[in-house]
Design a protein around this ligand. Structure first.
Ligand code: 2HA
Ligand code: ZN
Length: 275
Protein backbone atom coordinates (compact mmCIF):
# COMPACT_ATOMS: atom_id res chain seq x y z
CA UNK A 1 0.00 0.00 0.00
CA UNK A 2 1.02 3.58 -0.59
CA UNK A 3 -0.90 6.83 -0.39
CA UNK A 4 -1.34 6.53 -4.17
CA UNK A 5 -3.66 3.56 -3.55
CA UNK A 6 -6.04 5.58 -1.36
CA UNK A 7 -9.37 6.16 -3.14
CA UNK A 8 -9.58 9.95 -3.02
CA UNK A 9 -5.97 10.28 -4.17
CA UNK A 10 -6.69 8.07 -7.17
CA UNK A 11 -9.77 10.11 -8.07
CA UNK A 12 -7.83 13.38 -7.67
CA UNK A 13 -5.03 12.12 -9.94
CA UNK A 14 -7.47 10.81 -12.53
CA UNK A 15 -9.23 14.18 -12.70
CA UNK A 16 -5.91 15.95 -13.33
CA UNK A 17 -5.15 13.48 -16.11
CA UNK A 18 -8.62 13.93 -17.61
CA UNK A 19 -8.18 17.73 -17.62
CA UNK A 20 -4.76 17.43 -19.23
CA UNK A 21 -6.19 15.17 -21.95
CA UNK A 22 -8.91 17.75 -22.68
CA UNK A 23 -6.21 20.34 -23.42
CA UNK A 24 -7.27 22.61 -20.58
CA UNK A 25 -3.89 22.64 -18.79
CA UNK A 26 -1.13 23.97 -21.01
CA UNK A 27 2.18 24.21 -19.14
CA UNK A 28 1.32 24.86 -15.47
CA UNK A 29 -2.19 26.17 -16.21
CA UNK A 30 -5.05 25.36 -13.86
CA UNK A 31 -5.31 23.96 -10.34
CA UNK A 32 -7.44 21.55 -8.32
CA UNK A 33 -8.33 21.29 -4.63
CA UNK A 34 -10.31 18.74 -2.61
CA UNK A 35 -11.64 19.17 0.92
CA UNK A 36 -10.94 15.81 2.54
CA UNK A 37 -13.57 13.81 4.42
CA UNK A 38 -12.77 12.41 7.90
CA UNK A 39 -12.30 8.95 6.36
CA UNK A 40 -9.88 10.39 3.75
CA UNK A 41 -7.80 11.94 6.54
CA UNK A 42 -7.74 8.62 8.41
CA UNK A 43 -6.68 6.73 5.27
CA UNK A 44 -3.95 9.25 4.37
CA UNK A 45 -2.59 9.85 7.89
CA UNK A 46 -0.18 6.88 8.00
CA UNK A 47 1.68 8.45 5.05
CA UNK A 48 1.95 11.99 6.44
CA UNK A 49 5.51 13.27 6.84
CA UNK A 50 6.84 15.68 9.46
CA UNK A 51 4.67 18.80 9.04
CA UNK A 52 6.30 21.76 7.30
CA UNK A 53 6.15 25.19 8.95
CA UNK A 54 2.91 27.19 9.08
CA UNK A 55 2.54 29.71 6.22
CA UNK A 56 0.11 32.55 5.54
CA UNK A 57 -2.81 31.63 3.25
CA UNK A 58 -3.17 35.22 2.03
CA UNK A 59 -6.87 35.20 2.88
CA UNK A 60 -8.92 34.58 5.99
CA UNK A 61 -11.11 31.45 5.92
CA UNK A 62 -12.32 30.88 9.49
CA UNK A 63 -15.06 28.58 8.14
CA UNK A 64 -12.34 26.10 7.13
CA UNK A 65 -10.43 26.00 10.42
CA UNK A 66 -8.95 22.53 10.97
CA UNK A 67 -9.88 21.24 7.50
CA UNK A 68 -7.49 19.16 5.34
CA UNK A 69 -7.10 19.60 1.58
CA UNK A 70 -5.34 17.93 -1.30
CA UNK A 71 -4.21 20.62 -3.77
CA UNK A 72 -2.03 20.88 -6.86
CA UNK A 73 1.30 22.69 -6.48
CA UNK A 74 2.18 26.15 -7.76
CA UNK A 75 4.05 25.94 -11.07
CA UNK A 76 3.36 22.20 -11.33
CA UNK A 77 2.04 20.67 -14.55
CA UNK A 78 -1.24 18.70 -14.66
CA UNK A 79 0.52 16.57 -17.24
CA UNK A 80 2.88 15.26 -14.53
CA UNK A 81 0.39 14.62 -11.74
CA UNK A 82 -0.21 10.96 -12.66
CA UNK A 83 3.45 10.10 -13.32
CA UNK A 84 4.92 12.10 -10.40
CA UNK A 85 2.13 12.66 -7.91
CA UNK A 86 4.31 13.28 -4.83
CA UNK A 87 6.21 16.03 -6.66
CA UNK A 88 3.10 17.71 -8.10
CA UNK A 89 0.50 17.86 -5.33
CA UNK A 90 0.28 18.16 -1.55
CA UNK A 91 -1.98 17.60 1.42
CA UNK A 92 -2.29 20.62 3.69
CA UNK A 93 -3.94 21.43 6.97
CA UNK A 94 -5.60 24.80 7.68
CA UNK A 95 -5.05 26.19 11.21
CA UNK A 96 -7.94 26.72 13.61
CA UNK A 97 -8.21 30.43 12.79
CA UNK A 98 -8.27 29.83 9.03
CA UNK A 99 -5.30 32.12 8.41
CA UNK A 100 -2.39 29.73 7.90
CA UNK A 101 -1.67 26.32 6.40
CA UNK A 102 1.04 23.68 6.68
CA UNK A 103 1.99 20.88 4.32
CA UNK A 104 1.63 17.35 5.69
CA UNK A 105 2.48 15.35 2.58
CA UNK A 106 3.70 15.86 -0.99
CA UNK A 107 5.62 18.53 -2.94
CA UNK A 108 8.60 16.31 -2.10
CA UNK A 109 10.99 18.42 -4.15
CA UNK A 110 9.84 21.64 -2.54
CA UNK A 111 7.40 24.25 -3.70
CA UNK A 112 4.14 25.79 -2.61
CA UNK A 113 0.45 25.00 -3.02
CA UNK A 114 -1.32 26.49 -6.06
CA UNK A 115 -0.89 30.21 -6.69
CA UNK A 116 -4.69 30.38 -6.60
CA UNK A 117 -4.86 29.06 -3.01
CA UNK A 118 -6.75 32.17 -1.78
CA UNK A 119 -9.44 31.70 -4.47
CA UNK A 120 -9.67 27.96 -3.83
CA UNK A 121 -10.02 28.28 -0.08
CA UNK A 122 -12.41 31.24 -0.17
CA UNK A 123 -14.57 29.32 -2.67
CA UNK A 124 -14.44 26.23 -0.43
CA UNK A 125 -15.50 28.32 2.54
CA UNK A 126 -18.52 29.74 0.70
CA UNK A 127 -19.52 26.43 -0.92
CA UNK A 128 -19.14 24.43 2.30
CA UNK A 129 -21.58 26.84 3.96
CA UNK A 130 -24.18 27.17 1.20
CA UNK A 131 -24.16 23.44 0.35
CA UNK A 132 -24.24 22.43 4.05
CA UNK A 133 -20.95 20.59 3.66
CA UNK A 134 -21.76 18.76 0.42
CA UNK A 135 -19.36 20.55 -1.95
CA UNK A 136 -15.75 19.36 -1.69
CA UNK A 137 -14.07 20.02 -5.05
CA UNK A 138 -12.93 23.34 -6.55
CA UNK A 139 -11.44 23.16 -10.06
CA UNK A 140 -9.77 25.86 -12.14
CA UNK A 141 -8.96 25.26 -15.83
CA UNK A 142 -8.17 27.18 -19.02
CA UNK A 143 -10.62 25.78 -21.63
CA UNK A 144 -10.19 27.60 -24.96
CA UNK A 145 -13.80 28.07 -26.03
CA UNK A 146 -15.10 29.69 -22.85
CA UNK A 147 -12.05 31.99 -22.89
CA UNK A 148 -12.77 32.91 -26.52
CA UNK A 149 -16.34 33.87 -25.63
CA UNK A 150 -15.10 36.40 -23.06
CA UNK A 151 -13.85 38.52 -25.98
CA UNK A 152 -17.13 38.65 -27.87
CA UNK A 153 -19.97 38.40 -25.33
CA UNK A 154 -20.82 41.13 -22.79
CA UNK A 155 -19.31 40.08 -19.43
CA UNK A 156 -22.72 39.63 -17.79
CA UNK A 157 -24.01 36.59 -15.89
CA UNK A 158 -27.39 36.82 -17.68
CA UNK A 159 -25.87 36.83 -21.19
CA UNK A 160 -23.35 34.03 -20.58
CA UNK A 161 -25.91 31.84 -18.84
CA UNK A 162 -28.59 32.26 -21.49
CA UNK A 163 -26.22 31.76 -24.43
CA UNK A 164 -24.69 28.62 -22.87
CA UNK A 165 -28.12 27.21 -21.97
CA UNK A 166 -29.31 27.67 -25.55
CA UNK A 167 -26.42 25.70 -27.04
CA UNK A 168 -27.23 22.30 -25.54
CA UNK A 169 -30.52 21.09 -24.09
CA UNK A 170 -28.86 19.44 -21.09
CA UNK A 171 -27.21 22.68 -19.94
CA UNK A 172 -30.05 24.17 -17.86
CA UNK A 173 -30.39 20.77 -16.17
CA UNK A 174 -26.65 20.47 -15.46
CA UNK A 175 -26.18 24.07 -14.27
CA UNK A 176 -29.67 25.38 -13.44
CA UNK A 177 -28.29 28.17 -11.28
CA UNK A 178 -26.40 29.58 -14.28
CA UNK A 179 -22.85 30.92 -14.49
CA UNK A 180 -21.24 34.04 -13.05
CA UNK A 181 -18.66 36.18 -14.81
CA UNK A 182 -15.66 37.96 -13.29
CA UNK A 183 -14.15 40.82 -15.28
CA UNK A 184 -10.43 40.66 -16.00
CA UNK A 185 -8.39 40.87 -12.81
CA UNK A 186 -4.86 40.01 -11.73
CA UNK A 187 -4.90 36.28 -10.92
CA UNK A 188 -3.61 34.75 -7.69
CA UNK A 189 -4.61 37.50 -5.30
CA UNK A 190 -7.26 38.38 -2.78
CA UNK A 191 -9.31 40.68 -5.02
CA UNK A 192 -10.12 38.01 -7.61
CA UNK A 193 -10.69 35.51 -4.79
CA UNK A 194 -13.25 37.80 -3.16
CA UNK A 195 -15.04 38.45 -6.47
CA UNK A 196 -15.15 34.73 -7.31
CA UNK A 197 -16.30 33.60 -3.89
CA UNK A 198 -19.05 36.24 -4.02
CA UNK A 199 -20.36 34.62 -7.24
CA UNK A 200 -20.00 31.16 -5.69
CA UNK A 201 -22.73 32.08 -3.20
CA UNK A 202 -25.12 31.84 -6.16
CA UNK A 203 -23.43 29.78 -8.88
CA UNK A 204 -21.33 26.61 -9.19
CA UNK A 205 -19.45 28.11 -12.16
CA UNK A 206 -17.45 31.34 -12.40
CA UNK A 207 -15.96 32.44 -15.73
CA UNK A 208 -12.77 34.49 -15.47
CA UNK A 209 -12.60 36.89 -18.42
CA UNK A 210 -9.66 36.21 -20.76
CA UNK A 211 -8.38 33.52 -18.38
CA UNK A 212 -10.56 30.47 -17.71
CA UNK A 213 -13.14 29.00 -15.40
CA UNK A 214 -13.73 27.90 -11.78
CA UNK A 215 -16.18 25.10 -10.99
CA UNK A 216 -17.41 23.76 -7.65
CA UNK A 217 -19.02 20.42 -6.95
CA UNK A 218 -19.74 17.64 -4.50
CA UNK A 219 -17.27 15.16 -5.95
CA UNK A 220 -14.68 14.77 -8.71
CA UNK A 221 -17.10 13.37 -11.31
CA UNK A 222 -19.69 16.12 -10.86
CA UNK A 223 -17.12 18.92 -10.87
CA UNK A 224 -15.23 17.64 -13.91
CA UNK A 225 -18.54 16.95 -15.65
CA UNK A 226 -19.66 20.51 -14.96
CA UNK A 227 -16.48 22.01 -16.45
CA UNK A 228 -16.80 19.63 -19.42
CA UNK A 229 -20.45 20.52 -20.05
CA UNK A 230 -19.93 24.28 -19.89
CA UNK A 231 -16.90 24.09 -22.17
CA UNK A 232 -18.72 21.82 -24.65
CA UNK A 233 -21.57 24.31 -24.79
CA UNK A 234 -19.07 27.13 -25.29
CA UNK A 235 -17.57 25.16 -28.16
CA UNK A 236 -20.96 24.86 -29.85
CA UNK A 237 -21.47 28.60 -29.44
CA UNK A 238 -18.05 29.37 -30.92
CA UNK A 239 -18.85 27.11 -33.90
CA UNK A 240 -22.28 28.68 -34.31
CA UNK A 241 -20.96 32.24 -34.17
CA UNK A 242 -18.24 31.26 -36.63
CA UNK A 243 -20.79 30.02 -39.15
CA UNK A 244 -23.12 33.00 -38.86
CA UNK A 245 -23.47 35.79 -36.29
CA UNK A 246 -27.20 35.27 -35.72
CA UNK A 247 -29.07 32.05 -34.96
CA UNK A 248 -31.75 30.90 -37.39
CA UNK A 249 -33.54 29.09 -34.54
CA UNK A 250 -32.91 28.35 -30.87
CA UNK A 251 -34.55 27.19 -27.62
CA UNK A 252 -37.21 29.70 -26.53
CA UNK A 253 -37.94 30.98 -22.98
CA UNK A 254 -41.17 28.98 -22.71
CA UNK A 255 -39.35 25.85 -23.88
CA UNK A 256 -36.84 26.34 -21.04
CA UNK A 257 -39.75 26.56 -18.60
CA UNK A 258 -41.19 23.32 -20.02
CA UNK A 259 -37.79 21.66 -19.70
CA UNK A 260 -37.44 22.88 -16.11
CA UNK A 261 -40.80 21.40 -15.17
CA UNK A 262 -40.05 18.04 -16.76
CA UNK A 263 -36.57 17.78 -15.19
CA UNK A 264 -37.61 19.36 -11.87
CA UNK A 265 -35.08 22.16 -11.81
CA UNK A 266 -35.70 25.79 -10.95
CA UNK A 267 -34.55 28.29 -13.55
CA UNK A 268 -34.32 31.92 -12.50
CA UNK A 269 -36.58 34.11 -14.69
CA UNK A 270 -33.66 36.57 -14.75
CA UNK A 271 -32.18 34.34 -17.49
CA UNK A 272 -35.39 33.84 -19.47
CA UNK A 273 -35.79 37.39 -20.80
CA UNK A 274 -37.41 38.02 -24.20
CA UNK A 275 -34.85 39.00 -26.84
O1 2HA B 1 -0.95 28.71 -13.59
O2 2HA B 1 -3.95 28.77 -13.76
O3 2HA B 1 -4.52 31.06 -12.60
C1 2HA B 1 -1.93 28.43 -12.68
C2 2HA B 1 -3.12 29.22 -13.02
C3 2HA B 1 -3.25 30.55 -12.44
ZN1 ZN C 1 -5.44 30.14 -14.39
Amino acid sequence: MSILDVGFVQRFVRMCQDGWEQGWHERNGGNLSYRMRPEDIEAAKPYFTTPKEWKEIGASVPGLGGEYFMVTGSGKYFRNVASDTADSVCILEVDAAGKRYRILWGLVNGGKPTSELPSHLMNHEVKRAVSHGAHRVIYHAHPANIIALTFVLPLKDEIFTRELWEMMTECPVVFPKGVGVVKWMVPGGREIAVATSELMKTYDVAVWAHHGMFCSGEDFDLTFGLMHTVEKSAEVLVKTLSMRPDKLQTIQPQEFRDLAEEFQVTLDERFLFEK
